[in-house]
Write a protein that binds this ligand. Sequence first.
Ligand SMILES: Cc1ncc(COP(=O)(O)O)c(C=O)c1O
Length: 333
Amino acid sequence: MSPRSKQPSRLSLARLDTPIQRLERLASGLGLKADLYFKRDDMTGVALSGNKVRKLEFLLAQALEIKAPAVVTCGGIQSNHCRATAVAAANLGLGCTVVLRGEDPGPNALGNLLLDQLVGARIRWVTAEEYRERRGEIMLEEARRWTQDGIEGYVIPEGGSNALGSLGYVQCAHEIAAWSEETKTDFDVVGVAVGSGGTLAGLAAGWAKYNVKGELWGFPVCDNNAYFEGECGRILTDMEGYVPEASEAKIRLIDAYKGIGYAKSTIAEERFLQKVARLSGLILDPAYTCKAFLGFCEEINSGRWGENPRALFVHTGGLYGTLSRSWTIHEAP
Ligand SMILES: Cc1ncc(COP(=O)(O)O)c(C=O)c1O
């Protein structure tokens, strides 16, 4: 088999296809000048939910293939990716260590961290500096600690964002293309949050492979456009062995909506999250989807994509991050 036609194995972990829903009341309540739709990737599952599940279908298939006794990954204290990995590992009977940036809150764990603990993941706490400088090394160290029959734990990079994991979002692009074809509904613009780049890179490769209509735009919640052009470019180059069209993929980014820092919310963002919840029952998360959807709405109303575009937002999940803190409710019911 030529390396260009290599088809990696895949597990079935996510509830697919996720629905695409039209949200007229939300659009009018927000004063949005668009025909708005959501791709509900927050509905890939329950404890095992959000965008990371699509990536884990490929990554964990490889871990099982090499008979790894465990998986090791990393992220922030409220990492959705770490939680999804820990839950999936428990589901498959694999061990799991999550390398978390932050301090152990002792018995006060909430949200994603609480789920990490409930499913029995080992947690290695590291400082922000250790995380920045040595997370790769630390993950390898943890992987070695799981060694069984000479096989170490399988290391998954931050966010599951490598070429293999990002294939999960080529599949998502296929679902969007198939839905458009079936309903004769093309989008003018599609928006998604960007945290480590794999979701956007996978979608962009899928856009090229399936000729999906409409411009795809990513909204970084950390770092900046230049950083993610580099990251997504690197992932796309590595993906060419699986998806040759990845070489033609286009990465478009708007980094103006990161706000006051990673996973920190302004009052305006808190109000926006609450308004969306009240108008639609859809729960955004403070670190990713709130910032990205707010940016998407502002750019739509600025006319960047013309008058009244048909707009799709990919809701990538993050509910447990929303449940990891207390909230001031800004408007009385
Ligand atoms: C809820 C949510 N949305 C979006 C993202 C961004 O995805 P990616 O890391 O693939 O850029 C993440 C993870 O980083 C996430 O947890």
